[in-house]
Design a protein around this ligand. Structure first.
Ligand code: SF4
Length: 307
């Protein structure tokens, strides 16, 4: 029997013959929507503090962050192999020299078998991709792009500062160099209907994405969106956990069956979150709900996918 959906674990087991874990770190770079290159204030929904682990927040060196991350995971799960995940900010928004300094330190760390580099589609170019391709001769390299949506109006509204065309170009160029690509999407961005979100599933399925993270929109404290929400709450419509699970089941039917889904929701700590309140429902609870909806409706990832 075929799997109901392709999980991140399925994807990792195609690459690594052993268990690997991700250690999030902070390169200390910034973003073009923060430093004034494109705008100030960042993407309207973003507060890096809300998703960065404690050990990445104290101006620690990369090596110290990796060591703390490995200690944390090995205390919890025993010794293992690790993928260093450059998660916070835009990790290709610097000179190659600066990137090389940081990525090489991570690559040379004990028990590190790969790097996952989070970035924006407008912060990648042939020179950076050639550098990453060279690095990928030594260890596993994947680049995770914040695509968020295919809809230009929404991208403008949330101050992304790039277009969907930039996303397509970035993913295709990286894939052409043999670099694994992933994407991040946010559902329920202001103004988006279910039809628009399904169009995103259809369009991104044309891209050679190896992995995908899907998140529900959350209003996070100390963001531009938090101020917009306070002023115009009617602009924001949230799914309940049940509605969300139903919708994701539908979304997966249009998604390319080759793309592994790494996450279905974001779990921002309540201390940072203004809305929605899903009353403590966690990622695995939502996953169970999605699978139940899919089983009941005989749904499967990619059933309605067309290239
Ligand atoms: S969403 Fe990404 S690109 Fe936008 S401000 Fe946050 S870290 Fe930077």
């Amino acid at each position: 029997m075929k799997n109901i959906y392709k999980s991140y674990q399925d994807y990792l087991s195609e690459i690594f013959p052993y268990k690997v874990r991700k250690i999030p770190v902070n390169s200390g770079f910034t973003c073009p929507t923060r430093d004034g290159a494109k705008s100030f204030g960042g993407c309207t929904y973003c507060n890096n503090e809300s998703f960065s682990p404690w050990y990445t927040k104290q101006n620690e060196s990369i090596l110290s962050q990796i060591e703390k991350g490995i200690n944390f995971f090995s205390d919890k799960y025993g010794k293992g192999k690790y993928l260093v995940y450059f998660q916070s900010y835009t990790n290709t928004y610097s000179s190659i020299k600066e990137m090389n300094k940081i990525f090489t330190q991570a690559a040379n760390s004990n028990d590190v078998v790969g790097l996952i580099i989070g970035t924006r589609p407008d912060c990648i170019n042939e020179e950076i991709l050639d550098y990453l391709k060279k690095l990928s001769e030594k260890l596993f390299i994947a680049v995770e792009f914040g695509i968020e949506t295919i809809h230009e109006k929404t991208l403008k509204f949330v101050n992304r500062g790039h277009t969907y065309r930039d996303s397509e170009k970035a993913v295709l160029s990286a894939d052409k160099k043999g670099i694994h690509t992933g994407a991040h999407l946010i559902l329920n961005l202001p103004g988006e209907t279910k039809k628009m979100m399904l169009e995103t599933a259809v369009q991104i399925s044309q891209l050679p994405l190896k992995t995908l993270k899907i998140h529900q929109l959350q209003i996070i404290k100390n963001t531009i969106m938090a101020r917009q929400f306070c002023k115009n709450p009617e602009l924001f419509i949230f799914f309940s956990p049940e509605e969300y699970s139903e919708f994701i089941a539908e979304f997966l039917e249009f998604l390319n069956p080759e793309t592994a889904v790494e996450r279905f929701i974001s779990e921002t700590p309540p201390i940072f979150r203004i809305a929605p309140d899903w009353k403590g429902i966690r990622h695995n609870d939502i996953l169970k709900m999605i699978i139940s909806v899919m089983k009941t409706g005989n749904k499967q990832q990619g059933r309605l996918f067309n290239r």
